[in-house]
Design a protein around this ligand. Structure first.
Ligand SMILES: Cc1cc2nc3c(=O)[nH]c(=O)nc-3n(C[C@H](O)[C@H](O)[C@H](O)COP(=O)(O)OP(=O)(O)OC[C@H]3O[C@@H](n4cnc5c(N)ncnc54)[C@H](O)[C@@H]3O)c2cc1C
Ligand SMILES: NC(=O)c1ccc[n+]([C@@H]2O[C@H](COP(=O)([O-])OP(=O)(O)OC[C@H]3O[C@@H](n4cnc5c(N)ncnc54)[C@H](OP(=O)(O)O)[C@@H]3O)[C@@H](O)[C@H]2O)c1
Ligand SMILES: Cc1cc2nc3c(=O)[nH]c(=O)nc-3n(C[C@H](O)[C@H](O)[C@H](O)COP(=O)(O)O)c2cc1C
Ligand SMILES: *[C@@H]1O[C@H](CO)[C@@H](O)[C@H](O)[C@H]1NC(C)=O
Ligand SMILES: *[C@@H]1O[C@H](CO)[C@@H](O)[C@H](O)[C@H]1NC(C)=O
Ligand SMILES: *[C@@H]1O[C@H](CO)[C@@H](O)[C@H](O)[C@H]1NC(C)=O
Ligand SMILES: *[C@@H]1O[C@H](CO)[C@@H](O)[C@H](O)[C@H]1NC(C)=O
Ligand SMILES: *[C@@H]1O[C@H](CO)[C@@H](O)[C@H](O)[C@H]1NC(C)=O
Ligand SMILES: *[C@@H]1O[C@H](CO)[C@@H](O)[C@H](O)[C@H]1NC(C)=O
Ligand SMILES: *[C@@H]1O[C@H](CO)[C@@H](O)[C@H](O)[C@H]1NC(C)=O
Ligand SMILES: *[C@@H]1O[C@H](CO)[C@@H](O)[C@H](O)[C@H]1NC(C)=O
Length: 737
C-alpha cells in the first residue's frame, strides 16, 4: 500500500517540477530573462535565434548550456578563437536567452557549436532546460534539422553515473532530426581532471575541420577586444562597486517588495537576496585540524521560501590578499572607473557596469581557480620579453610540463604570471584582455541543513572550510573562496577578528572551537585575547589554539551592503525529498558534510512527531561517518532527536581514523546491518545518499547491490536491475558533489 502511495507522490512531484520550470519559461518569455545590466545592447530584442543571427549578419553560432560557468568559459574561448583566427562573424549565446523553434530556417552557411555540461543525475543544466524541451519536442520523421551543421563538446565528470548525459542526449536528438555533425563528438571528463586537456585536443582537430568545411583562411592569433572600455571620472550612484545586481544600486531606488514590506523575488542566479547571518559557529572540536562552519541565514525580510532538501547558493567575493595579488601581478589600476560596451550587439557583458577595476576583481571575477593552458597561449602576444615568451610557448605547448609546473602546484592566474616572469609584475596585458579571459565568479551551492517545517525563516548550511596548505616550500595553500569567507564571518561575528591590528596581521587567536553553540553568543561579549596583549583568559574557553587565517575579506561589502554580516543568497530547488508518507522507512547515508540535508530531514520528522504524537513513524536509519570524535558534526543534537522520535530514529556511526583501530566507513556499517536494511527495503524504504560522489556514493551503491544479492539470493545482474529501478522510481536519491 505504502509503496503505491509513494510512487504516486513521486510522479506528482515530478510533474510539479515540470510545471515549475514551465512557469519560469513562460515568465522568461514574457519578461525576458536576465538582469538589466547584462541586457543585449542593440538588437531588436527578439528571442528567435534565426532572426537575431540574420539581423546581425552572423555566420557562426556558439551556444552554451552551463550550470557553473565551465561550459560558458569554453564556449567564449572557442568563439574568440574563431573570430581572431578566421575573422568569422561569430555570435556566442546563452541557450536560455533564445528560442530555437525556427532553427529549420537557419541559413545553410551558419555552423553551430554547442557546449553543454551535465548536472544533477545526467540532466541538462538549468539554463538549457528550455532547449531540452524544444529538442525533445522535435519529430525525427520530419528531419527538421537537415540544414544544420554542428559541433558538440560535452562537459561532465565520469564520477557520475550518467557521464555527459546531457551532451550525449543532445547529440542523439540532433542527429535523429537530421543535423550533421562536423568533426568529432567532444567529451570532457572532470573526474579524470582532464577537462582542459580534453578541450584542447578536441579543439585542435575541430578547428582544422571547420577550416576545411567552411574553406577558411587562417591568420595569426591576435587579441582584439570584444568590448569598448570608456573611462569615467566620478563614482556616480549608478556605478557598481560590487553590488550583485542592479536592484542594489543606490540609483535604482527601492527594492521590489510586497504590501507587507517583504522584499520580493524571484531570487535566482541574476538577483539574490542579501540575507543577514544570524548565527554562525564552528562545528569541529579544536583538536581537529580542519574547520567546519555552521551558518544560519535569516530570510524573514523577504518572501523567499525553501523546501527541506533544497540547495542554498552563496555569492562570495574574493579575499583582500588575492585581490591585491591579482591587481599587482597585472599592474592594474584598481581605482579606474569604467563603462563597457559590447562592440557586437549580440554579446552580453561579462559583469554589471559601469564599475571599477577593483570591484570587478573582487566581486565579479574568479581569480583564484586553476589556469588553463590556453590562457598561457593567449598571453604569448603580451610577453614582456623574449625569455618570458619562450617560457610561455613551452608551457602552452607541452601539457606535461604545464601540469608539472603550474597545475600540480595549484597556481592561480597571478601565481602563474609571477612564476613565469620570475616575480616581476606584468605591465603589458590590457584590461580588456583580463576581463575577457577571466571567468565569472560563481555562486557556491550548499545542501540546506535545516527543515522548512521548523526553520521557516532561517536557512542553515554546513560547510567544510577548504584550506589545504602545501608542505613544499614556497607553494601557496589552496584556499576556498566562499568557505573562508564564511569562516571569517564566523570569527568576526564572535569578536575574534575585529581587534586585529597591522602588527598582528595574519595571527588570530580562535579560541571558541571548544564552545558549545550556546556559548558562542556569550563569547561575543568576552574580551578577545590576542597574542601580543595578554589579558585574563575568559573562563569558558577551555583550549586555545592559534590559527593562521590564510585570507581576509571586506566583510562590509559594496557601499556597506553586507555590513553586520550579510551575504547574497538564493535557493535552488532540488529533487531531494523525504517520502510524503512519514510511515515509510528511510535509510540515509551521509558521511562528513554529506549529513547536512539529513539534519534537515530529521528535524522535519521531529516536528511532525510533535504535531502528530499518535502516529508511529517508519524507521529512520542514518549512517554517518567522520574521522573520529573531533569532527563529529552536530554530535549533541542527534541525542535530542533520538529521544523525541522515541525509537523510530537510529544513528549508526563509522569512524575512519581512531587511533589503533581499522578504518571503518559508512558502507561497512551498512553491510553489518544489511539484514535490517533488507527488511526495511522490503517494507518500501527510501534510500538517500549525500556527500562525496567520487568514491563514497559508488561504494554505497555497490553495497546496496550486495545487500539485494545476499538478502534475496539473486544474481548480481538482477540486484543491479533492482537498484536501477529504485532510482528510476525516485526511491534511491542522491545529492552528491
Ligand atoms: C549541489 C552541491 C551541494 C553542496 N553541498 C555542500 C555542503 O553541504 N557542504 C559543503 O561544505 N560543501 C558543499 N558543496 C561544495 C561547495 O559548493 C563548494 O564547492 C565548496 O564549499 C568549496 O567552495 P570554495 O569557494 O570555498 O572553494 P573554491 O575556491 O571554489 O575552491 C574549490 C576547490 O577548487 C580547487 N582549486 C581552487 N583553486 C585552485 C587552483 N588554483 N588550482 C587547482 N585547483 C584549485 C581546490 O580543489 C579547491 O578545494 C556542494 C556542492 C554542490 C554542487
Ligand atoms: N576528492 C576526494 O578524494 C574527496 C574525498 C572526500 C571528500 N571530498 C569532497 O569534500 C567534500 C566534503 O567532505 P568532508 O570533508 O565533509 O568529508 P570528510 O570529513 O573528508 O570525510 C568524512 C568521512 O568519510 C570517510 N570517507 C572517505 N572516503 C570514503 C569512501 N569512499 N566511502 C565512505 N566514506 C569515506 C572519511 O574517511 P577518511 O578521510 O579517514 O578516509 C571520513 O571518515 C565531499 O563532499 C567531496 O566533495 C573529496
Ligand atoms: C551536483 C553536480 C552534478 C553533476 N552531475 C553530473 C552528471 O550526472 N554527469 C556528468 O557527466 N557530470 C556531472 N557533473 C559534472 C559537471 O558536468 C562538470 O563538472 C562540468 O565541467 C560542469 O560544467 P558547467 O560549469 O558548465 O556546468 C555534475 C557536477 C555537479 C556539481
Ligand atoms: C542598432 O541596430 C539597428 C538595426 O540593426 C541599427 O540600425 C543601429 O545603427 C544599431 N545601433 C547601434 C548603436 O549599434
Ligand atoms: C551543411 O550540411 C549540409 C548537408 O549535410 C550541406 O548541404 C551544407 O552545404 C552544409 N553547410 C556548409 C556551410 O557547408
Ligand atoms: C530572476 O529574477 C529576476 C527578478 O526577480 C527576473 O526578472 C528574472 O526573469 C529571473 N531570471 C530567471 C532566469 O529566472
Ligand atoms: C604540493 O605541491 C606538489 C607539486 O609541487 C604536489 O605534488 C603535492 O600534491 C602538493 N601537496 C599537497 C598537500 O597538496
Ligand atoms: C626577461 O625578464 C626576466 C624577469 O622578468 C629576466 O629574468 C630575463 O632575463 C629577461 N630576459 C631578457 C631577454 O631580457
Ligand atoms: C514510545 O515508544 C514506546 C515503545 O515503542 C511506546 O510504548 C510509547 O507509547 C511511545 N511513547 C510515545 C510518547 O509515543
Ligand atoms: C569530479 O567529481 C568528483 C566527485 O564529486 C570530485 O571529487 C572531483 O573533484 C570532480 N572533478 C573535478 C576536477 O572537479
Ligand atoms: C550503481 O549501481 C548500478 C547497478 O549496479 C550501476 O548501473 C551504476 O552505474 C552505479 N552507479 C554509480 C554512481 O556507481
Amino acid at each position: 500500500m505504502v509503496d503505491k502511495i509513494d510512487i504516486v507522490v513521486v510522479t506528482v512531484f515530478t510533474i510539479a517540477v515540470a510545471i515549475y520550470f514551465n512557469i519560469n519559461l513562460l515568465k522568461d518569455l514574457i519578461t525576458g530573462a536576465g538582469d538589466e545590466a547584462f541586457k543585449l545592447q542593440n538588437s531588436s530584442g527578439s528571442r528567435d535565434i534565426v532572426t537575431v543571427l540574420k539581423e546581425n549578419d552572423k555566420n557562426y553560432l556558439v551556444v552554451y548550456g552551463s550550470q557553473t560557468g565551465t561550459a560558458e568559459d569554453y564556449a567564449k574561448r572557442f568563439a574568440k578563437e574563431l573570430i581572431s583566427k578566421f575573422k568569422l562573424n561569430v555570435m556566442c549565446a546563452d541557450l536560455e536567452d533564445y528560442d530555437f523553434d525556427n532553427l529549420h530556417n537557419l541559413p545553410s552557411n551558419v555552423v553551430i557549436s554547442l557546449f553543454l555540461s551535465t548536472y544533477g543525475e545526467g540532466e541538462y543544466p538549468d539554463n538549457a532546460l528550455q532547449f531540452e524541451t524544444w529538442l525533445k519536442s522535435l519529430d525525427p520523421f520530419e528531419s527538421n534539422l537537415g540544414n544544420v551543421n554542428f559541433t558538440i563538446f560535452g562537459l561532465g565528470n565520469s564520477t557520475y553515473e550518467h557521464f555527459n548525459g546531457a551532451a550525449r542526449n543532445a547529440w542523439k536528438l540532433l542527429k535523429a532530426n537530421g543535423a550533421h555533425l562536423v568533426g568529432k563528438f567532444g567529451l570532457a571528463d572532470d573526474g579524470a581532471g582532464t577537462t582542459d586537456e580534453d578541450y584542447l585536443s578536441w579543439n585542435e582537430k575541430v578547428i582544422e575541420q571547420i577550416k576545411t568545411f567552411l574553406k577558411l583562411d587562417e591568420q595569426d592569433l591576435k587579441f582584439e577586444s570584444s568590448f569598448e572600455v570608456t573611462k569615467l571620472d566620478t563614482l556616480e550612484d549608478n556605478v557598481f562597486v560590487g553590488e550583485p545586481s542592479s536592484q542594489y544600486l543606490p540609483s535604482s531606488g527601492k527594492l521590489p517588495s510586497n504590501d507587507e514590506g517583504l522584499q520580493t523575488g524571484p531570487f535566482n542566479t541574476t538577483y539574490p537576496y542579501v540575507a543577514p547571518i544570524v548565527k554562525s559557529y564552528e562545528l569541529f572540536d579544536s583538536k581537529s585540524e580542519r574547520n567546519c562552519i555552521h551558518t544560519e541565514f535569516d530570510v524573514s525580510g523577504s518572501n523567499l521560501k525553501y523546501s527541506t532538501g533544497d540547495h542554498l547558493a552563496i555569492w562570495p567575493s574574493n579575499a583582500n590578499e588575492k585581490v591585491e595579488q591579482f591587481i599587482k601581478a597585472l599592474s592594474l589600476d584598481g581605482d579606474m572607473i569604467f563603462d563597457l560596451k559590447a562592440k557586437d550587439p549580440t554579446m552580453k557583458l561579462p559583469f554589471p557596469t559601469p564599475t571599477t577595476v577593483e570591484a570587478a576583481v573582487r566581486h565579479y571575477l574568479e581569480i583564484t581557480g586553476p589556469v588553463s593552458r590556453q590562457l598561457l597561449r593567449s598571453l604569448i602576444q603580451f610577453a614582456p620579453n623574449e625569455t618570458i615568451k619562450e617560457k610561455l610557448v613551452d608551457l602552452s605547448k607541452d601539457k606535461d610540463q604545464f601540469a608539472k609546473e603550474i597545475i600540480s602546484k595549484y597556481f592561480n592566474i597571478a601565481d602563474t604570471l609571477y612564476y613565469v616572469s620570475e616575480g616581476k609584475p606584468w605591465t603589458t596585458v590590457p584590461w580588456e584582455f583580463v576581463l575577457e579571459f577571466t571567468s565569472k565568479l560563481q555562486p557556491r551551492y550548499y545542501s540546506i541543513s535545516s527543515s522548512a517545517l521548523t526553520e521557516k525563516q532561517t536557512i542553515h548550511i554546513t560547510s567544510i572550510v577548504e584550506n589545504t596548505p602545501n608542505d613544499t616550500e614556497g607553494l601557496p595553500p589552496v584556499v576556498g573562496v566562499a568557505t573562508n569567507l564564511l569562516r571569517n564571518i564566523q570569527l568576526d561575528k564572535a569578536g575574534l577578528l575585529k581587534e586585529e591590528t597591522s602588527e598582528v596581521k595574519d595571527k588570530v587567536v580562535t579560541n571558541i572551537k571548544d564552545e558549545k553553540k550556546e556559548d558562542v553568543e556569550a563569547a561575543n561579549e568576552e574580551t578577545v585575547e590576542k597574542k601580543e596583549t595578554p589579558t585574563p583568559t575568559p573562563k569558558k574557553l577551555v583550549t586555545k589554539k592559534e590559527h593562521e587565517l590564510p585570507v581576509h575579506y571586506d566583510l562590509n561589502g559594496p557601499r556597506d551592503l553586507f555590513k553586520d554580516y550579510k551575504l547574497p543568497i538564493h535557493v535552488r530547488k532540488s529533487t531531494f525529498r523525504l517520502p510524503t508518507n512519514p510511515q515509510t522507512p528511510v535509510i540515509m547515508i551521509g558521511p562528513g558534510t554529506g549529513v547536512a540535508p539529513f539534519r534537515g530531514f530529521i528535524k522535519e520528522r521531529v516536528k511532525f512527531q510533535e504535531l502528530n504524537p499518535d502516529i508511529k513513524l517508519g524507521k529512520h536509519l542514518l549512517f554517518y561517518g567522520s574521522r573520529d570524535g573531533n569532527d563529529f558534526l552536530y554530535r549533541d543534537e542527534w541525542e535530542e532527536y533520538k529521544t523525541k522520535l522515541n525509537g523510530s530514529f537510529e544513528m549508526v556511526v563509522a569512524h575512519s581514523r581512531l587511533p589503533n583501530k581499522p578504518k571503518v566507513y559508512v558502507q561497512d556499517k551498512l553491510k553489518e546491518k544489511e539484514e535490517e536494511v533488507m527488511e526495511l527495503l522490503k517494507k518500501g524504504a527510501f534510500i538517500y545518499v549525500c556527500g562525496d560522489a567520487k568514491n563514497m556514493a559508488k561504494d554505497v551503491n555497490a553495497t546496496i547491490v550486495g545487500t539485494y544479492t545476499r538478502g534475496l539470493k539473486i544474481e548480481d545482474t538482477e540486484a543491479r536491475e533492482m537498484v536501477k529501478m529504485l532510482k528510476s522510481q525516485g526511491k534511491y536519491q542522491e545529492d552528491i558533489w
